[in-house]
Design a binder for this molecule. Sequence first.
Ligand code: PEP
Length: 255
Amino acid sequence: TDAVRPLIAGNWKMNGLKTSITEFEAMLRGAPEVTGKADLLVCPPVTLLAGFAAKASSFGQEGKHAVTVGAQDCHPKASGAHTGDISAEMLADAGATAIIVGHSERRADHGESDAVVREKALAAWRAGLTAIVCIGETQAERDAGKTLDVCGAQLKGSLPDDCTSGNLIVAYEPVWAIGTGLTPTAQDVEQVHKFIREHLNQRFKNEGPSIKILYGGSVKPSNAKELMAVPNVNGALVGGASLKAADFLAIAAGC
Ligand code: PEP
């Protein structure tokens, strides 16, 4: 009954130099073997975005790209006096198809509130891009039994009205599982993803069932198959393991 096409999205974070194009080329070369199973999205640092997008389209056949590229953040405004910031319109211009917003590292390092995350999701839409909205509880919140309360509040505050399967992807990323090698049990993932699905169905009606919900947090080739088989898991947001083509492609092969 899981008719939603999986997406494996790579978040390169603050990693990658011009020489990393060779790793991206390896992903493009390997993509045709896995795109029967899942779509692939790579979100490099913004310095590499336009170069990756150009490379991806040179690999595309008849306008159909095996791999698309995205961004890791954006400013809520379209332009203006915001030194050092990048707008969604600029990211679209550079070739992005999607923007990650509300990653836990942005929420923690830059104090981004749910309201700011919501503004950034709206900015992505304004530029015609898909917003990948991240939510997830900390270890202390999980220990206190507050996982669903925290995720519910983040969904309520971070998701704009009028979400559709075309403009929104949700990523559930327990903060304690990011970059730690720890992952929740399949049952824990199932419980949270079911809760997210119910929120989406209730709020966005007919669109709810087809909005992708990604799992993120220490996904690697050895655990991807089990995690991707969990009900309401429609793919993964991958950090560390998305830097190596072999690992990234192996994760997609597990869908
Ligand atoms: C992430 O930061 O989105 C992430 C899932 O990181 P990792 O896969 O390295 O845990």
